[in-house]
Design a protein around this ligand. Structure first.
Ligand SMILES: *Cc1c(COP(=O)(O)O)cnc(C)c1O
Length: 380
């Protein structure tokens, strides 16, 4: 099989190329002629325009699945998938450290359709997981690289557990991206993305992805059509353009993130670095076995003596903003962003205090970024 870089450029492209166009144009039309009643109806919300279909082929190739679907956002991918796979009376299990929007969906929306959930008592101990099961459990939901602790869960144990209990496995692969990890290769059924992050890669659009086997994708595609969260052709074009450089972008982000994590690890103003590429990270061995790279996200805890505000003020390159995966490095205190609404006791248990910082490494020069962050620490 060609490499991910080659697949990102050539797979999914129309053959023959439409009007010979090397780069797939934007089909900014809501509907398509339908003269033969036997032909498929093409309509913008049905996700079957040339822009959608090219993306579906490319993303399925990148995720090593039969099929893929693009959606208007990551939450559209997550909600369409769960509302498709779960019915009233069903129940799902998951580790607790999940994206905030996903947790809110579990807590606020799914119960209104009589879908319950339980968390694994201990995410890192598979022997406890069956305690979370009920007679109605049908889905296991996970994330491949968690926010902001950057844990790599025991994904192989999850697939074994789901096989044993006949559960459909769904994983949010946003933080790893298919450049670093393809959950289908481990045995996950459905892989989801906030395409807003690494797939789009430039912090300039919202998109989502669902990838999986044909039968499940047909079912999810049908629900998604009804919910209507389709991706507009212009956003399709931007996402398509971005995917062609996914491999080079993420490899560079992996490299800079590792260099930054190592520099931080040796800095006096840092109490602890959380990066799966460092041997001291509790999931380092698993990350090494499962992932092609350790990702572009680095978390760290400043020492109590360090002036957090001064550190942020002295940074010149990373931009203080939530989200991730773009060309500009972005830095946040999760206590004020992704985990602002997390129960303070749970936050404390996870070690997420006001000294906890998360950086999404962009594509600035490695030395420039490392120097910028370490000199801000020198002065803090
Ligand atoms: C951002 C994010 C989402 C939600 O995606 P949107 O594109 O903002 O809807 C879901 N999961 C993870 C892990 C994310 O980082």
């Amino acid at each position: 099989m060609p490499t991910l870089d080659t697949r990102a450029i050539h797979d999914g492209e129309p053959d023959p190329r439409i009007e010979g166009a090397v780069s797939l144009p934007i089909f900014q039309t809501a509907t398509y002629t339908h003269e033969d009643p036997n032909d498929e109806v093409r309509y913008i919300r049905y996700n079957n325009t040339p822009n959608h279909e090219a993306l579906h082929g490319k993303l399925a190739s990148l995720e090593a699945t039969d099929d893929a679907l693009v959606t208007a956002s990551g939450m559209a991918a997550i909600s369409s998938t769960l509302l498709s796979l779960l019915s009233a009376g069903d129940h799902l299990v998951a580790p607790q450290s999940l994206y905030g929007g996903t947790l809110d969906l579990f807590d606020d929306l799914l119960p209104r359709f009589d879908v319950g959930h339980s968390f694994f008592p201990k995410a890192d101990d598979p022997s406890t997981w069956s305690e979370a099961l009920t007679d109605s459990t049908t889905v296991l939901y996970a994330e491949s690289l968690t926010n902001p602790l950057l844990e790599v869960p025991d994904l192989e144990a999850m697939v074994d557990f789901a096989d044993k209990h006949d559960l459909i496995t769904v994983i949010d692969n946003t933080f790893a991206s298919p450049a670093n990890l393809r959950p289908a290769e481990i045995g996950f059924d459905i892989s989801l993305h906030s395409g807003t992050k690494y797939l789009a890669g430039h912090s300039d659009l919202a998109a989502g992805v669902v990838a999986g086997p044909k039968d499940l994708m047909e079912q999810i595609g049908h629900t998604h059509k009804l919910l209507g969260g389709m991706l507009d052709p212009h956003a399709c074009f931007l996402l398509h353009r971005s995917l062609k450089t996914l491999g080079v972008r993420v490899r560079q982000q992996n490299e800079t993130a590792l260099a930054l994590a190592e520099a931080l690890d040796n800095h006096d103003a840092i109490e602890k670095v959380r990066y799966p590429g460092l041997p001291e990270h509790p999931d380092h061995d698993r990350a090494t076995a499962l992932m092609d790279g350790f990702g572009g996200m680095v978390s760290f805890i400043l020492t109590p003596e360090t002036d957090v505000a001064a550190f942020f003020d002295d940074l010149t390159l990373p931009i203080r903003a939530p989200s991730l995966g773009g060309v500009e490095s972005l830095i946040t205190q999760p206590i004020h962003t992704s985990h602002a609404s997390t129960d303070p006791a749970l936050r404390q248990k996870m070690g997420i205090t006001d000294r906890f910082v998360r950086i999404s490494v962009g594509l600035e020069g490695t030395d420039d970024l490392v120097d910028d962050v370490t000199s801000a620490l020198d002065q803090a």
